[in-house]
Design a protein around this ligand. Sequence first.
Ligand code: FE2
Length: 419
Amino acid sequence: MLDLLLTGARLPRASDLCDLGVREGRLVAPEPDARQVIHLEGALVTPPLVEPHVHLDAALTVGDPRPNRSGSLFEGIAIWSERVQGLTVEDVKRRAGRVLRWQLAHGVQHVRSHVDVCDPELRALRALIELREEIGDRMELQLVAFPQQGIFSFDGGQDLMRRAVELGVDVVGGIPHYELTRELGVRSVEFAFALAVEHGLRVDIHCDETDDDHSRFVEVMAAETIRLGMAGRVTASHTTAMHSYNNAYADRLIRNLARAGMHVVTNPLDNAVLQGRFDAYPVRRGHTRVRELMSAGVNVCIGHDSVMDPWYPFGCGDPLQAAFVLAHHGHLSGAEDPARLFDMITVNAARALGLEGYGLREGGPASLVVFDAPTEAEALRLLARRRLVLRRGEVVARTEPARTLVAWDGGEEPVDFLP
Ligand code: FE2
């Protein structure tokens, strides 16, 4: 007997519906005998959503200690450097824990969070390491040592990176475009790779998050990835300067990223509002070259980045919102693009994080998300609620479907926004 039978599921890119059986936390072939049956009636079912890039330590601090009046990156960094002064382990755990719950409600079960380590006491990192322990098997949390103020341009930066690794991060980060000089930027990339190799860790660097077309540290990352044989273990995050490179340089760079086997995380929410701030009209949008990267075979995924912090006041931790914005800014409105955007918040992000055993298949974990929509395109268009989130066969989040009525012709009519 099955523990659970889900009938009428529509898997990504499938036109036919299927039934899914669950026994002892695993997906199995459907059988008629089941303790519980849920009729999905054609709802889209995907593997768990994967959040490859968020800053949980800064989340939910918007307006504290003061609002970002300009909305710019640099005012945001100045405000965050003030907010960091009053950081406590409990403060970080409370805010990060709240966002993790939001993410789980959206179907996210794997999260990679960058954590600012430019703090001699490493309070944010200590907090998130504690939280990683406390959430146990509920979700998977990867932590990146992220030197917000630079590795060579912040007093004690190298030592703090080493201490962060010793405390127990999963990934080594960097921010080469923020270092004082081009040379220090290159050295910071080399430092991060060497540290990662020494400890058997992955690399995920905030790289070229600027509109400056002279910011060219992704090429250094590609060269280091090739030199050190780290294909599949390296992610370049943001890479917004790529938007502004000349086409000949961008073409060569993208081919080298594919050759290196690197992953790219684009963060359409933050970068939609942070880039192009120095432009007179026409104003650049400052997103990386998503379509060209994908065409070249580079694994591209979508990050949420900020959730209500000094850099980005919006968001609720839902990867679907980020995918929706990228559909617009990345010109991803073709017929095949909704499925591609879903790949970018599921399987592609899982590859970047190096998740093992991820995906919907018989014998695999019964971890999945049921959308209140029939297809990827409709889920994206409606930012559909997640009706049900299963983790290893257990319901870990559920949302009651909304019911909307309009007054019409003397009565009330239901509206479901479906054509
Ligand atoms: Fe970021």
